[in-house]
Write a protein that binds this ligand. Structure first.
Ligand SMILES: [Zn+2]
Length: 413
């Protein structure tokens, strides 16, 4: 869409812009724009002016000129950006560099570890060799050989001589209470230990830092892909696989009968502090929250909840879920426990002074501010077919939650 047509008003400049005003389509140059800027301080006038070069790579911009275009369509297409390719390739490049860097570090650690093991082996073999010298092992070995040949021929007198020589061999090593030998052995032992201690054991600390970077840059890549390509990526949870997060999001979409526009990690226990106050600081005033917990109890149970109503730390009371879309889930047991209709007023208790998380009457998921204590009365407010009107260890894998990690995501609907 490049032109070499000169502007009618400013002959020295080429046409670069199209002015799309209804019933009055005009072409213009940079000087025309400059004139307009001088005359108008109202930015609205530029709304219908398009750089010809620009609309070539972003034809979606022309949709604004069609008066009956559906708003949702317009929103979707205007999010697609002409810089998408550059941005996404940069982010991908960055991710690839981090990956390759990690790979190099692993290769390097393997080499170092191999060298370390080889050095230890050399030291070990050296020491055995020195020991052999000190106890005159070769002489001893020769006596054994001699004994073997003599034995075959059953020469009793020779056998007696050899036995005597062997006894003498040990006696000579033992002379002066083995003072000399003990000193030598001590010296060799000390050399062996010094050698081993002076070798550098490879450090894997750096590998951990690289691995953290890798996770971060993978998250950056996924979130950039979501933004650039205008679609919802998965949660990238470190606790549940993406396939399960897709399943949860599908359930929520069905229950709400609405699209999820964006997913945001609001709170991460290991990053923000695994305590009630840190959690509430991050989630106060938010709605459509997905909580995911991992327990330290045997079995490392993973469970959580989707709470659709707003959580409010000043409420000091129950928050009800009129939509009845909230539910508890157990990833470990692959089960969903929906909020009971008769219990919709007990969706979640907003009482930060007592509890970090208190979902359903008596705490179907009940977690104290220390994330260690609490209880699970699963089934009282959220439907569980094995509910026996008492606490259970079904969700936690133990009597108390004993939480190791917690993630909270906010869905933008
Ligand atoms: Zn012009």
């Amino acid at each position: 869409m490049e032109t070499s047509i000169h502007c009618q008003l400013h002959q020295e400049y080429q046409v670069q812009y199209i002015f799309l005003n209804q019933n009055n389509i005009k072409f213009g140059c940079i000087e025309c724009i400059s004139d307009l800027q001088d005359e108008n301080h109202n930015a609205n006038i530029f709304k219908n002016i398009f750089l010809l070069h620009d609309i070539q790579s972003s034809p979606q911009k022309l949709l604004t000129q069609i008066s009956n275009i559906d708003d949702q369509n317009l929103q979707f297409y205007s999010c697609l950006h002409k810089k998408t390719e550059t941005i996404i390739m940069q982010t991908f490049q960055n991710w690839e560099n981090n990956m390759r860097n990690f790979q190099k570090k692993i290769d390097n650690i393997i080499l170092q570890q191999k060298e370390f093991v080889e050095q230890l082996l050399i030291n070990y073999k050296n020491t055995i060799k020195q020991l052999q010298q000190e106890i005159k092992f070769e002489e001893f070995q020769n006596l054994i050989k001699e004994f073997g040949t003599a034995n075959e021929k059953l020469q009793n007198d020779v056998l007696e001589q050899i036995s005597h020589k062997i006894t003498q061999h040990f006696e000579s090593l033992d002379k002066n209470n083995a003072k000399e030998l003990n000193e030598s052995l001590k010296r060799i032992k000390q050399e062996y230990i010094n050698q081993a201690e002076n070798l550098n054991q490879p450090d894997i600390q750096e590998l951990q830092t690289s691995f953290q970077q890798l996770i971060k840059s993978t998250n950056d890549l996924y979130s950039q892909m979501g933004k650039s390509f205008n679609y919802i990526t998965q949660m990238n949870s470190s606790l549940i696989p993406n396939s399960y997060s897709k399943y949860l999001l599908g359930l929520i979409k069905n229950k709400l009968n609405q699209d999820i526009k964006q997913i945001k990690l609001l709170y991460l226990g290991s990053r923000d502090g695994l305590n009630g106050q840190s959690l509430w600081n991050k989630i106060d005033g938010k709605k459509h929250l997905i909580y995911i917990f991992k327990s330290k109890n045997p079995g490392n149970n993973i469970f959580g909840s989707y709470i659709s109503c707003k959580v409010n730390q000043d409420l000091n009371n129950w928050q009800s879920d009129e939509s009845l879309s909230s539910f508890i889930f157990s990833y470990t047991h692959n089960e969903i426990y929906p909020l009971k209709q008769s219990q919709k007023q007990h969706a979640i208790l907003c009482q930060p002074i007592s509890y970090a998380v208190w979902i359903g009457m008596s705490g179907n998921i009940g977690i104290c501010n220390d994330f260690i204590n609490g209880q699970s009365y699963l089934g009282s407010s959220y439907e569980w077919d094995k509910f026996e009107n008492q606490r259970s260890s079904h969700l936690f894998g133990g009597d108390s939650p004993n939480i190791e990690e917690c993630e909270v995501y906010e869905l933008q609907i």
